[in-house]
Design a protein around this ligand. Structure first.
Ligand code: PAF
Length: 274
């Protein structure tokens, strides 16, 4: 696996590489990331991963400084997964001067996670478009666990006519249902044992809707109450349309249930399609 930090070195390494498939990450890789790397192989000839903890998408009180940085272990995992090229820029490589031009997503950036993380999706969209400019992939893969992120990136790519196919990878879960996430490492032993409740509640809502429940607000409130009773602090549990994450206009459209809730100091997100 080649590793490049500078944009010119990366570009030189990616000339005449056929169809390029790209998986951007912030490192601290787990089985969910590795599953994306393995799926990437089916979409082209050259698999490129990136590791960059993007300051722009963290709020002032978020975990940018403490976000786990595990570069050597990540390289070993990427090598074993058959990744061809790793782009691992420093902040100076990617932001050699203060970033003053941004990709400003529309209203979707202010709902759900965006309501609780102002500026987050602007930071994500900006870095992803910049990474796309560096790697110039034909295909890019993103996990469905970050459902809203995937939608922002899909819409950005389409609206800005970027010639890139965006592929969503299924969420990888631990045996007890907890969605794999780099932030799971923050959980204490007791919190880790409690954490699968979030997925259980989402599957319960899915089951209720499949059985005919249509009062989504009641389902959401019940889930928030159950989380509160178990010590969680919930930002949202929301039943939305898959197509645009707006409130469902009927029960016959494809739905997704999304949730973000805090267990101790750790904010977990998850979702489930119906
Ligand atoms: O999902 C992530 O790890 C990040 O948001 C991404 C897409 C790599 C952008 O920094």
């Amino acid at each position: 696996m080649q590793i490049h930090a500078s944009i010119p070195a990366l570009r030189a390494a990616l000339t005449s590489r056929g169809r390029i498939v790209f998986v951007p990450t912030m490192g601290n890789l787990h089985t969910g990331h590795i599953s994306l790397m393995q799926q990437a192989r089916a979409h082209g000839n050259t698999v490129v991963a990136s590791i960059f903890v993007n300051r722009l998408q963290f709020g002032p009180n978020e975990d940018f400084d403490t976000y786990p940085r595990t570069f050597q272990a990540d390289c070993d995992k990427l090598q074993a997964a058959g990744v061809d090229v790793l782009f691992a820029p420093t902040e100076k490589d990617l932001y050699p001067e203060p970033q003053e031009y941004f990709i400003e997503p529309p209203a979707i950036q202010n709902v759900l996670d965006g309501e609780f993380r102002p500026g987050h999706f602007r930071g994500v969209a900006t870095v992803v478009s910049k990474l796309f400019n560096c790697v110039q992939p034909d295909v890019a893969l993103f996990g469905k666990k970050d459902y809203q992120q995937l939608m922002v990136i899909r819409n950005m790519t389409r609206q800005l006519a970027m010639p890139i196919d965006i592929v969503g990878g299924e969420t990888v879960r631990a045996e007890d249902g907890l969605a794999l996430s780099s932030r799971n490492g923050y959980l204490s032993t007791a919190e880790r044992a409690e954490a699968p409740r979030l997925y259980r509640l989402l599957t319960g809502i899915r089951q209720a809707i499949r059985s005919g429940a249509s009062d989504f607000a009641a389902l959401e409130m019940q889930a928030v109450g159950e989380l509160a009773a178990a010590g969680w602090k919930t930002d949202y549990v929301a039943v939305r349309q898959q197509a645009d994450l707006t409130m469902p206009k009927g029960v016959d459209v494809p739905l997704v249930v999304l949730a973000a809730s805090r267990l101790g100091a750790t904010r977990l997100i998850d979702n489930i399609e119906i």
